[in-house]
Design a protein around this ligand. Sequence first.
Ligand SMILES: Cc1cc2nc3c(=O)[nH]c(=O)nc-3n(C[C@H](O)[C@H](O)[C@H](O)COP(=O)(O)OP(=O)(O)OC[C@H]3O[C@@H](n4cnc5c(N)ncnc54)[C@H](O)[C@@H]3O)c2cc1C
Length: 176
Amino acid sequence: MTCIQNPATGRELELAEVHAATKPKRVVVVGGGVAGLEAARMAAARGHHVVLFEEAAELGGQVLLAARAPARAEYAGIVRFLVAQVRKLGVNVRLALKATPSEILAERPDAVVVATGSHPYIPLVPGCDGKHVVTDREVLAGEATVGTNVVVVDDVHTQEALSTAELLLEQGSVSK
Ligand SMILES: Cc1cc2nc3c(=O)[nH]c(=O)nc-3n(C[C@H](O)[C@H](O)[C@H](O)COP(=O)(O)OP(=O)(O)OC[C@H]3O[C@@H](n4cnc5c(N)ncnc54)[C@H](O)[C@@H]3O)c2cc1C
């Protein structure tokens, strides 16, 4: 049993109890999606000094995009919780700042957590490099203009394609 929001679920013996670190360290977390936020939250809860870099102007990463789809607004609740916790625990959050090796090393970190997410998956089908082909993330972010007749291609069967299709239908595109 696992939980997409709580890494301790199903690993309670290993992760449930939070122990204070014997020696507080300087920890840099790169990326303020849910993975980086959870890493920052846990490191700070254990008494480490944590700096978190996020390239975007807002914390949350892909979850903020996913929550734009119809009936998925509640998905952003995990971001609201984690952001409140990292603020409460005194994590030093640097927004709108792309972390580079020099910026990271300037913090003199004992540990660096790289939580920079992923690139969108693009299936290898003929024509996938066409100018009229866009990703789910571009559609959800409102960065892509699509027509009224749209084909959503998904060969990995994830929530991303369904959410994108639902959003397109809501916007008036005929999605197949
Ligand atoms: C539409 C959609 C629906 C989804 N539905 C589900 C679902 O139902 N269930 C599920 O389990 N998963 C779902 N997912 C996937 C899930 O949301 C992601 O796996 C998860 O949010 C990834 O979190 P992350 O922190 O690893 O990465 P991200 O959210 O991608 O965060 C990485 C962050 O790092 C930042 N960053 C990158 N490089 C730098 C740098 N050099 N310096 C500073 N910051 C940097 C980025 O700006 C970004 O904010 C969905 C995703 C989408 C798009």
